[in-house]
Design a protein around this ligand. Structure first.
Ligand code: PLP
Length: 234
């Protein structure tokens, strides 16, 4: 089932890329494996899946350790100061940097490990009170301050738009994130990679996200089925 899901999502990624005149190779599928057992990740890896997104550090580190280098891991959950060292040690990318204090802490631990940590800035593009992320108008100042840390590589932006009942409802948020990213790149505040790294789109709306410029889509349930939800202790 996981194999069929990955194959059909990859086909839909290619089709969505083609429909918007993009190169399918510029779009990376992140399999969001939070609350999924190790065997599910192993099945996905056997199908050629390389990138995984995880939200809960303790749970993730167990799986990462057992897989010993077989995949690339992206941290996509809320990050607390006391967990930063663990995140820097085990994750290739951290998608959820939204304040200077966390950026400084990541930089400190990355430098200690002689690592350049790839990060994305999480933007609260829908301006929801309950959501993490820097407000769009505060992103430029945050990025300017983050430039002082050579141990950080600022790859791009990440967002989670407001919960939608139809994928088209997410489109304006995705295009706003792309426009913000282009503006910041133009200011010299983001890596000059082309296309700009944009982490957006989930199971229900990744095709719309691709049409709006997503380079990393974070897909969980459409690959693995529903999760065993429980309160986080990580
Ligand atoms: C869980 C999660 C996803 C995946 O959501 P699905 O709807 O299962 O595809 C993507 N991004 C973040 C930040 C998540 O926490």
């Amino acid at each position: 089932m996981i194999a069929d899901n990955i194959a059909s999502i990859n086909a839909r990624i290619q089709a969505a890329a083609q429909a918007s005149g993009r190169n399918g190779q510029d779009i990376r599928l992140l399999a969001v494996s939070k609350r999924q057992p190790l065997t599910s990740l192993q099945q996905a890896i056997a199908c050629g899946q390389k990138d995984f997104g995880e939200n809960y550090l303790q749970e993730a580190v167990e799986k990462i350790t057992l897989l010993s280098g077989a995949a690339t891991f992206h941290f996509i959950g809320p990050l607390q100061s006391n967990k930063v060292k663990l995140a820097v040690t085990h994750f290739a990318y951290i998608h959820t940097v939204d304040r200077l204090k966390i950026a400084a802490s990541i930089a400190k631990h990355a430098a200690a490990l002689s690592k350049t940590q790839k990060i994305l800035i999480q933007v609260n593009i829908g301006r929801e009170v309950q959501k993490s992320g820097v407000l769009p108008e505060d992103a430029e100042e945050l990025l300017r301050k983050i430039q002082q840390y050579p141990a950080l590589e600022l790859c791009g932006l990440m967002t989670m738009p407001p919960l939608a009942h139809h994928p088209e409802e997410s489109r304006p948020y995705f295009s706003q994130l792309r426009e913000l990213g282009e503006h910041l790149q133009h200011q010299g505040l983001l890596a000059t990679r082309s296309p700009l790294e944009l982490s957006m789109g989930m199971s229900g709306d990744y095709e719309v996200a691709i049409a709006e410029g997503a380079t990393m889509i974070r897909v969980g349930t459409a690959i693995f089925g529903s999760r065993v939800e429980q309160h986080s202790t990580a």
